[in-house]
Design a protein around this ligand. Structure first.
Ligand code: KG4
Ligand code: ZN
Length: 340
């Protein structure tokens, strides 16, 4: 079979991204226009602003991805695009652009689930990684433990009951005055603090050993800060960051390891923006070694939102025969593993 060249587009949140992927693993180009600076002014993503910026940038980003890959639209075998979950107005920009190219060039259109994209980022730099494996997906909107049964086949083993892990990072960062996006800033500051300085709670849910809850932890951090303010105690922000981060990491790590062991998976992987967290990776590396499991994660650039991961997931859908029509719509709450 000749090479399969896929142009992928991602616009579900605050990154406008396009990439060219060959045969599901080789990243020919990976262009990301991040809107972070724009949203930082408001302390979080403003959906209306995100959509407007996507429409402004999408064609430039696509053109750049093709030129970096030294290809034209005529060389493509398919177009992959994120169609959910995410911000509806933001998703629509990528979906519209993908449909236009698919129609103009008469090539297949493949809609991709954003989280399935995050999981598939693990294949890019780990040629030996193959399903089945247990994957922790932790991003700004999701915290799931997913069993990757086969390429494109997923089983949700655990989920958050309230806040996503990344959301907790962002809220705590705001509370200690670090600003948006919080994850990388907490990660950096935590390295200067003592993770055992403050005993924040590790929430376990009765009867649901793989589920998460981070709202109690978030409240505990806010209560600690209020208490310090009322008693005029100086807050050591690095200790708060380190202790909070350790509480999140402990729960994410232990639930993932337990799920892998209980389901007979020898391989574990990380996905989503929080997968870029250095403390989480160190902890998982050590714990997986102790448990005799093999641990995989993508590089930082493939952890946070990008289109390369969408191209990889899109490739596996493409070879399975998934094709979407010109009526493909954005689905803000698209469920993992669903086929619409
Ligand atoms: O996957 P992503 O780029 O977008 C979503 O699909 O949500 O994830 C963004 C989230 C944000 O909440 C951000 O604070 C968090 O990932 N994040 C991190 C780190 N880098 C990004 N959290 C902890 N440590 C990091 N180094
Ligand atoms: Zn994401």
């Amino acid at each position: 079979m000749s090479d399969v060249k896929i142009l992928a587009i991602e616009s579900s949140c605050d990154e406008t991204a396009a990439a060219v992927i060959v045969n599901g693993r080789e990243v020919k180009s990976n262009v990301i226009y991040s809107q972070i600076d724009l949203h930082t002014l408001y302390g979080g993503v403003v959906p209306e602003i995100a959509s407007r910026k996507h429409i402004e940038k999408v064609n430039q980003v696509i053109r750049q991805a093709l030129s970096d890959a030294e290809l034209t639209l005529d060389d493509l075998d398919a177009i992959a695009v994120t169609y959910g979950p995410g911000l509806v107005g933001a998703l629509l920009v990528g979906v519209g652009a993908a449909k236009a190219i698919a129609f103009a060039k008469n090539i297949p259109l493949v809609g991709v689930h954003h989280i399935e994209g995050h999981i598939s980022a693990n294949y890019i730099e780990n040629p030996d990684l193959k399903p089945p494996f247990m994957c922790l997906v932790a991003s700004g909107g999701h915290s799931h433990i997913v069993k990757v049964v086969d390429y494109g086949e997923y089983e949700i083993i655990g989920r958050t009951r309230d806040d996503a892990a990344g959301e907790a990072f962002d809220k705590v960062a705001r509370a200690i005055g670090l600003g948006y996006p919080g994850g990388p800033k907490v990660d950096k500051l935590a390295r200067e603090g003592n993770p055992d300085a403050i005993d924040f709670p590790r929430c376990v849910i009765d009867g649901a050993p793989y589920d998460f809850s981070f709202s109690g932890l978030k409240s505990a951090v806010l209560n600690y800060l209020n208490h310090c303010e009322m008693k005029n105690i100086e807050v050591n922000r690095a200790d708060v960051a380190a202790s909070f981060q350790k509480a999140v990491i402990d729960v994410l790590t232990e639930h993932l390891i337990q799920a892998a062991k209980d389901h007979g998976c020898e391989n574990i992987a990380l996905a989503g923006g929080v997968a870029a967290n250095s403390g989480l990776r160190e902890n998982l590396r050590a714990r997986s070694e102790a448990e005799g499991l093999k641990f995989y994660h993508p590089s930082n650039i493939f952890c946070t939102d990008n289109a390369a991961m969408i191209g990889v997931a899109g490739y596996h859908e493409f070879v399975k025969g998934t094709r979407h029509g010109y009526d493909l719509n954005a689905i803000p709450n698209l469920k993992i593993g669903s086929r619409i």
